[in-house]
Ligand binder design. Structure first.
Ligand SMILES: Nc1ncnc2c1ncn2[C@@H]1O[C@H](COP(=O)(O)OP(=O)(O)OP(=O)(O)O)[C@@H](O)[C@H]1O
Ligand SMILES: Cc1ncsc1CCO
Length: 269
């Protein structure tokens, strides 16, 4: 990590708390509450709105837009595209979480329409989701990854980022963040994060939050490293998955710059 990136990460943490921008999220009902609380914990102001007749208005007054296709409905499918197009016109940065794009033609079609018509600044998925979007071989079951090959996925993510001119974030044991030229790997986290539903969706909500105050690359690095570090801190303070989930929100709201810097495990490749 360069000193410039380290400074940008700390500045973005502070700027989000200072400016508290409105973050418009269209997400799934499984994770909606955790996403809203996650945004609040790091300093943003969430608004979860998805009615097709109001989303354009809301996107246009937001500092960033987060769209997630984890539990798609007719209304959300319409709203995702309406909001993303409005965001492009208004210059509002978009983060897109391609949850389950591996699972159905509906999600694949929606994803490719979105990438074509209103390409996000940050494209996020797990290993299988990013591979599926790139047209590469993937192994998954439902929304879960069955097998990864990090070295290969890095190359796929770089190619996708270069083609789409966006930042690609691949989550997993090792998180990959790339804009096609610069690539960082984040080793923070704990397997427990994958045992609680919606932690990937929360990473996405943090991407949207930080993209309101910094460039998409810094925002994606900060979002995923924050979740990883807070997962590590929460694991030390909890017993089962219920107390882990609560401890995770505590850690997100209490994380200091010193602890963030001390625990950060980032390396450029
Ligand atoms: N085995 C692991 N070890 C360490 N951290 C992990 C591991 N698996 C996932 N994580 C972390 O958990 C968070 C969520 O990533 P994950 O890949 O599970 O997202 P996801 O598949 O989109 O999740 P969901 O669909 O449940 O929201 C990330 O911060 C990631 O770094
Ligand atoms: C369990 C589940 N199913 C669709 S979305 C989701 C939340 C994690 O992405």
């Amino acid at each position: 990590m360069t000193p410039q990136l380290q400074n940008a990460l700390l500045k973005a943490r502070n700027d989000l708390r200072e400016t508290a921008p409105l973050i418009h999220c269209i997400t799934n009902p499984i994770a909606i509450n955790d996403c809203a609380n996650g945004i609040l914990a790091v300093g943003g102001k969430p608004i979860m709105a998805e009615h097709p007749d109001e989303v354009e208005e809301i996107t246009c007054i937001a500092g960033a837009l987060g769209v997630n296709i984890g539990n798609i409905t007719d209304a959300r499918r319409t709203s995702v595209l309406t909001s993303a197009k409005a965001a492009k016109t208004a210059g509002v940065p978009i983060s897109f979480d391609a949850v389950g794009v591996t699972c159905s033609a509906l999600r694949r079609d929606l994803t490719h329409t979105l990438l074509r018509e209103a390409c996000p600044e940050i494209l996020k998925g797990n290993d299988a989701e990013i591979r599926a979007i790139a047209g590469a071989h993937f192994e998954s079951r439902g929304i879960d990854v069955l097998r990864t090959n990090t070295a290969e996925t890095i190359e796929i993510a770089k190619m996708l980022a270069s083609t789409l001119h966006c930042v690609v974030l691949v989550t997993g044991k090792t998180d990959i963040i790339t804009n096609g030229e610069t690539t960082e790997l984040c080793e923070n986290g704990t397997p427990r994060l994958s045992l609680v539903t919606g932690t990937g969706c929360m990473v996405h909500a943090l991407c949207a939050s930080y993209s309101a105050v910094t460039d998409p690359f810094t925002a994606a690095v900060l979002a995923v490293s924050t979740m990883g570090i807070c997962g590590e801190l929460a694991e030390r303070k909890s017993e089962g998955l219920g107390s882990f989930r609560i401890a995770l929100l505590d850690a997100l709201s209490l994380l200091s710059d010193d602890d963030y810097t001390r625990l950060l495990q980032l390396r450029e490749v």
